[in-house]
Design a protein around this ligand. Structure first.
Ligand SMILES: NC(=O)C1=CN([C@@H]2O[C@H](COP(=O)(O)OP(=O)(O)OC[C@H]3O[C@@H](n4cnc5c(N)ncnc54)[C@H](OP(=O)(O)O)[C@@H]3O)[C@@H](O)[C@H]2O)C=CC1
Ligand SMILES: O=C(O)C1=N[C@H](C(=O)O)C[C@H](O)C1
Length: 258
């Protein structure tokens, strides 16, 4: 039995995670966390009386095997740090951790011998999209990333888009160059990660799509994945929940598990 705390439990992904845990015989929900909730009665959220509802990280008092986090970029670092300090294995889906924060958390996890996973995307199609983009980047000097998300998404670019740009940059081994005469009066050319432009679309109707577009002399290559149901992320979450039980390091990227 794996005991789990779900952080960000009132959100879209938190709710999917609760449903997945409640449907599994070998997973047990022991706590939920959101600093903004004031009602600490589990019944108010349709949860079993044994589940602790917590709204502060101070003096964390709910022991668990795993801290599953789908919260917000503003809170994810403190949440993960607290989990590790209390010996709770972090499985982090929340976007927005910087490279410095990720490195600091990996060091903290190593110091405490706590296993964990940080994954920009738990979807198999997105993980493959990133792997294929990494491969294509060796053959193309120019790429742009486009991500399409639901209108409620609070952060931009998506963690997946940023991670894709990072992988492309690492594979190319150099920053991309652009037409020096380019003019961008309205910011239409998007965000910039070492010259790789990132464009973020926010529209109702989308769940999460990401694409990497490569261009070379006389040809282009588009690698695109589409998420049509958040339930698809739960396959990867389940993989991570099982994996962290036997790991003693903090793994970054689901591709390093599958
Ligand atoms: N890795 C992956 O595969 C996926 C990752 N994500 C990422 O997961 C995160 C959540 O996405 P989504 O569920 O759609 O977003 P939502 O905005 O629906 O949910 C976020 C929830 O977190 C709560 N919250 C706010 N601050 C904190 C905090 N410090 N600690 C704990 N909970 C907090 C919010 O409460 P309140 O409303 O009161 O502020 C809200 O209920 C995002 O970063 C998103 O990018 C999403 C899908 C897949
Ligand atoms: O907010 C979302 O919805 C998603 N967020 C993650 C991200 O920022 O990459 C993963 C996926 O794109 C869905």
């Amino acid at each position: 039995m794996i005991s789990i705390i779900v952080s960000g439990f009132t959100g879209a992904m938190g709710q999917k995670a609760l449903a997945m845990i409640q449907a599994a015989d070998d997973l047990q929900l022991v706590g939920v966390f959101n600093p903004h909730v004031t009602n600490l009665d589990p019944a108010a959220y349709g949860l079993d009386a044994s589940v602790k509802v917590v709204n502060t990280l101070t003096d964390w008092a709910v022991p668990a095997d795993v801290w599953l986090d789908f919260s917000l970029p503003s809170g994810v670092y403190a949440n993960t740090k607290t989990a590790i300090e209390y010996g709770i294995r972090p499985v982090i889906g929340t976007s927005g951790l910087s490279e410095e924060q990720t490195a600091a958390l990996q060091q903290l996890a190593a110091d405490h011998q706590v296993g964990g996973v940080i994954a920009a995307n738990f979807g198999v199609s997105a993980v493959l999209m990133m792997k294929f983009a990494q491969l294509a980047a060796k053959y193309f000097d120019h790429a742009e990333v486009v991500e399409y998300h639901h209108a409620d998404k609070r952060d931009a670019p998506s963690g997946t888009a940023l991670n894709t740009a990072k992988l492309i940059y690492q594979a190319q081994g150099k920053s991309e160059t652009h037409n020096p005469d380019e003019q961008d009066d309205l910011g239409d050319r998007g965000g910039d990660y070492h010259g790789i432009k990132i464009h973020a679309i926010r529209l109702p109707g989308f769940v999460a799509d990401e694409e990497a577009i490569f261009g070379g002399p006389g040809e282009t290559l588009t690698i695109k994945q589409s998420t049509t149901d958040r339930g698809s992320f739960m396959t990867g979450v389940r993989l991570a929940l099982d994996a962290v039980m036997t790991r003693h390091d903090l793994i970054v990227g689901l591709e390093n598990l599958i």
